[in-house]
Design a protein around this ligand. Structure first.
Ligand code: FE2
Ligand code: FE2
Length: 296
């Protein structure tokens, strides 16, 4: 019986979130991250939102310069977070719902000007396709909440955006692992006790039905790796921590490195330690559906 030599091709996704340029940003950690991106040579860097703290022009200029430096080393894909949109001004501009279009344009104007015109970008590199989906809408019908501190903070997944994920997956290579990137965490944070997303169940079921294997998210500022069963498929969820100083008590900055080969998906969390810098601190491995024959 011939020996089967399995493919050892590995695709590496460096997943980072919540850089928060402005007061919470840490130049030391941002520089260290850039050096690690150069050293690790990921196939793609996935940035799941909250580039800024106050959505200011200055913060976006800093974020733009940083992304340009990342782009010199690796391709990247980025989506907005709730801190990157001018949601309060948009509320006033949409008084009575008469100026919805102007309000929408105002809400994303700085993000679009400095970062990316596409709020639902997708990117395929050999081995993976990442479909980014904007969950940061400010105060809209889908994310309205009675909790005052969650006003403009909580996110939701819009049906039209699920369609853009479908289109990205349909046009990708059948061999590419399907990855969705959103900003808001669909799993309750361990310390915050909060879901980032308003319509978690709808979103996770939709992602599973589209053949998603991995969901990348941030927002909770606490790294976590989960698996959830939703309908047809299980999903692995990588929640990246923050690079900034907006830390949960007793926790440190971190990011997640995802390695995907034909059979396995491995997530290594890199945590900040002084004076070493970002070092691997935790690792989780999962058998991919293609390896278990669970594909439909
Ligand atoms: Fe954040
Ligand atoms: Fe956020």
């Amino acid at each position: 019986m011939p020996v089967r030599v399995e493919s050892v091709a590995v695709t590496t996704v460096l997943h980072v979130s919540d850089l928060h340029f402005g007061r919470p940003a840490s130049s030391e950690r941002l520089q260290s991250l850039l050096e690690l991106i150069t050293e690790l040579e990921p196939d793609v860097v996935a940035i799941s939102g909250d580039l800024t703290q106050r959505c200011s022009k200055r913060e976006f200029e800093q974020a733009r310069r940083y992304l340009d430096r990342v782009g010199e080393v690796a391709p990247y894909i980025v989506i907005p977070g709730n801190h990157d949109i001018r949601w309060l001004g948009a509320v006033w501009r949409n008084m009575g719902g008469l100026f919805r279009k102007q309000a929408h344009e105002f809400k994303y104007s700085r993000y679009i000007k400095f970062i990316c015109e596409d709020l639902t970008p997708s990117l395929e590199v050999p081995g993976v396709v990442i479909a980014g989906l904007n969950t940061a809408h400010g105060i809209t019908r889908g994310s309205i909440t009675k909790r005052f501190r969650d006003l403009g903070v909580i996110g939701h997944v819009k049906r039209a955006d699920i369609e853009s994920v479908r289109e990205a997956f349909e046009s990708a290579s059948p061999d590419a692992a399907r990855i969705v990137m959103i900003h808001h965490n669909p799993i309750r944070g361990e310390l915050s006790g909060r879901h980032g997303l308003a319509n978690t169940e709808t979103a996770l079921h939709a992602f599973a039905h589209l053949g998603t294997e991995l969901v990348l998210c941030g927002h909770d500022h606490l790294q976590a790796v989960h698996t959830v069963e939703r309908g047809v498929h299980g999903l692995v969820i990588s929640t990246a921590g923050t690079i900034s100083n907006r830390l949960r008590p007793g926790r440190v900055s971190s990011f997640n490195l995802v390695n995907i080969n034909e059979r396995n998906l491995r997530i290594t969390t890199y945590s900040w330690q002084n004076p070493e810098g970002f070092v691997p601190s935790d690792e989780r491995s999962f058998r991919r559906r293609v390896a278990t024959g669970a594909l439909d």
